[in-house]
Ligand binder design. Structure first.
Ligand SMILES: [Zn+2]
Length: 174
């Protein structure tokens, strides 16, 4: 592993992700699974930045200066999307599910080719809480592999149904 990820542990995982970028063989979807506060989101963010940076160092480190890195840090990168469970406007409580509307909105905002002719990266937090309709809508995206899109699904718990469904239907990049 060449890159300092600022994450302790998980060396096998970090090595694997680093190699995907180095070999330019990114999969269409990654499934991050583990308890809270072990670095899943941090890893997903750094991995996304590595993918998006257009001036990576020899060690695949994001440069921090290119338009991609700057936009990413400002949370304005047009090809980077994150989905969270939303807040209920009325109760101000965290919603139970990620709704189909959120997935449809995401799908309509992803152009077939990314705006910077780069890669599109999507992180879905709390993926175990995708509603059934949202899951089905998302699977349509996953069934149409696009070399230029990578989806990272972050799970805290794997409900058996979700696990089987995603594992049997995730297409691998050819
Ligand atoms: Zn950069």
């Amino acid at each position: 592993m060449n890159v300092n990820w600022n994450i302790s542990g998980h060396n096998n995982i970090l090595n694997y992700l680093e190699n995907c970028v180095k070999k330019n063989s990114l999969h269409h979807a990654y499934l991050f699974f583990g308890p809270e506060h072990v670095g899943k989101a941090t890893t997903a963010h750094f991995f996304s930045k590595m993918i998006l940076c257009s001036a990576k160092s020899a060690e695949n480190l994001p440069c921090g200066n290119c338009v991609n890195c700057i936009q990413f840090e400002k949370k304005l990168h047009p090809d980077f999307h994150e989905i969270y469970k939303g807040i209920d406007e009325k109760t101000k409580a965290l919603k139970k599910n990620i709704s189909i509307d959120q997935i449809l909105k995401l799908q309509s905002s992803i152009s077939r080719y990314s705006l910077y002719n780069n890669h599109t990266v999507i992180i879905i937090h709390d993926a175990e809480d995708l509603s059934d309709n949202a899951k089905n809508a998302l699977l349509k995206t996953l069934e149409e592999p696009n070399d230029k899109t990578t989806i990272i699904l972050i799970f805290k718990t794997l409900k058996r149904k979700t696990y089987l469904k995603f594992h049997t239907e995730f297409p691998e990049k050819q």
